[in-house]
Design a protein around this ligand. Sequence first.
Ligand code: ASN
Ligand code: ZN
Ligand code: CA
Length: 337
Amino acid sequence: ELHQSVTGTGNGVTVGQVSIETTQTSSGYTLTDPAHGGTIIYDSYNSPQSNPKQNARAFSKTTNSWGNGTTSSRESAAVDASYGLAKTWDYYKDSFNRSGIRNDGRGAPAYVHMDTNVLNAFYDDNCFCMFFGDGSSQNGNTPVTALDVAGHEMSHGVTSATANLTYSGESGGLNEATSDIFGTMVEFYANNAGDPGDYYIGEKLNMSGGYMRRMDNPAADGNSLSCWTSSAGSADVHYSSGIGNHFFYLAAEGTGTKTIGGRSHTGTTCNNDTFAGIGKDKAAAVWYRALTTYMTSTTNYAGARTATLQAAADLYGTNSQERYLVSKAWAAVSVGT
Ligand code: ASN
Ligand code: ZN
Ligand code: CA
């Protein structure tokens, strides 16, 4: 066998010192991960976002030690991506026996250092691949490769391969919420010392407000919706996602203030109700079954409620406490009341 899977050492920008799976070739090593579908990490080499593979090349070197923990090494962001996408793969495999985005065992290529001054990351279903920007002056030029971002982007592929929620209106909000939910679950699953699990999105990106989004209190960012309204479908999908994110937080953790991953979570509701959570693993199992069994491209929030109630009934029983608390969490975000 010419190309062997080997364990390398990495020092990422946001994930710190980690092990990553790489490939040994006749001339050295590449960031191809045979243990996770052959995922290849490329350097976009600051190709323009309009043609982000233009100058791309795969990472390769003679030793199997990658990055130095800062952006002075182009490899550091690649370590984040390799580690984050491997953890995302493992999360889906361990939790749902899903082998990659399409459940076909194939990894999706990822490109770091896309363009310049881009505080964003993308999944592109046309190439079955992901692109990660290097951040901008707004976030101290921190690469947008944190664990919850990698999980978010790869999860767009899972949504595309399953419910295929249309990326506009309420279905678009559900599409975005699905990526925030599983990006967050990946962060918990990885149990990384430098980036512990929480229900904030992008808290490791050095944003001026300290995070990009919050699931426990979406409206705290000044834009996201915490509660459903009849105009939710007119909001940007990254804001209408707040309703689904808030539902998930409340279903998982219940109401009331909690410190999780060193951060304060307020667990506000739209109806002043108080109730317990079913735990994040059960809440994620409900959402995954709803996504892969009941949701379709046109599912709206009312439909997501029905889908998750059916999923909870399938998994835990029609008269289960889990199904009851899922209904309480939807009511607490003004869906189905
Ligand atoms: N980072 C964004 C996302 O994955 C990019 C976009 O607007 N599609 O949602
Ligand atoms: Zn997204
Ligand atoms: Ca997070």
